[in-house]
Design a protein around this ligand. Sequence first.
Ligand code: PMP
Length: 405
Amino acid sequence: MDWDNQFAERALKMRSSVIRDMLALTERPDVISFGGGLPGPQVFPIERFKKACCRVLDENGELALQYGSTEGYRPLREWIASQARQYGVKVGIDNVLITNGSQQALDLIGRVFINPGDLVATESPTYVSALQAWRVYGARFISAPSDEHGLVVEKVEEILKQRPRFLYVLPNFQNPSGTTLTLERRKQLVELAQRYQIPILEDDPYYPLRYEGESLPRIITLESAAQPESDDVYNGNVIYTSTFSKLLSPGIRLGWVIGPAPVIRKLSVAKQSVDLNTSVFVQMVANEIGRSGFLDEHIQIIRACYMERRDMMLETMAEMFPSDAVWTRPEGGMFLWCRIREDIDASEVFKTAIQQNVAFVPGEPFFPNGGGKNTMRLNFSFCTPETIREGITRLGRVLKQVEYE
Ligand code: PMP
């Protein structure tokens, strides 16, 4: 059978993620990988999970093992809504949808908003798996550049004039660049989106992972403040998505969307045919852990761990990388972004690096319309500080070798 003839046009547009393919090469145990976006497994709260699982099964096993509603387990939605009210968004339960990781939210948003050929506005570089999700729906991308303070908002207006379906922004410790959007720029974005009546999709998985500096208000918070006092549910222009992946575990695949009720309703209908519902058991476990206050303590452990790793990476890069390389100094999150000499192709460096048992992700796939050949993304949350020191030392040697060749 010639399967390519059988597949739908849509399936022919599906491309495996370049990054996932590359990472398959890095799975050998002797490779030190700064490639994936993995949390450090040392901070997974395994004991707390065991306790929560037993409790959920003991107290409510019949409900936990049953099908559930597509919108999500009601007490968890209520808890997420109450958290959002604490950060200043007037959210009711109808503004919350639970998803199978925030990756599912990105896919559902593509399903619901993108017609073939439609424009989607993004930062450049941006989160590659969002691009991958939306290409399937036929999206074309227009993008504004970023600098060390995130998206360059002055360039956004021209883009909005072309009327994209929405503007996709990662304001905190961006994946891949590690940068954070300034307060001033956030306010400008809210104003622009309002003026042009274009929705903002705020993708915010890293918000709690701040190691230094002041937390900035979310875009949805700023925008919500501009809503009429009388509205007691969220009815603005922002669709916000986040996840339990970085705080608890990516393996449980649990995320959420906050948005205006009509959007949440449409996303839920789209989700019905995808998976009926997110695992009720997992939602009940997360709800049990979330409501116990455990996350407030646990986030301190994660922050201390990742900050040490970030510092080790920055310190070793300063010692070992060629003097013409420049990189970001993220205030949080899991990634930093490095620009090497203009004429050097990071995917060539990747091939040499793999021979030397060290891996990273070349930056080009993060640019929606190409470019960035001399860039690379480095993850600092996964490896221990000792391994980071060893891996960055190897990578520094590789970069110098490539430069001299
Ligand atoms: N958005 C961004 C910016 C991410 O970095 C990630 C995880 N790498 C996701 C969404 C998806 O996360 P998850 O599906 O695990 O919630």
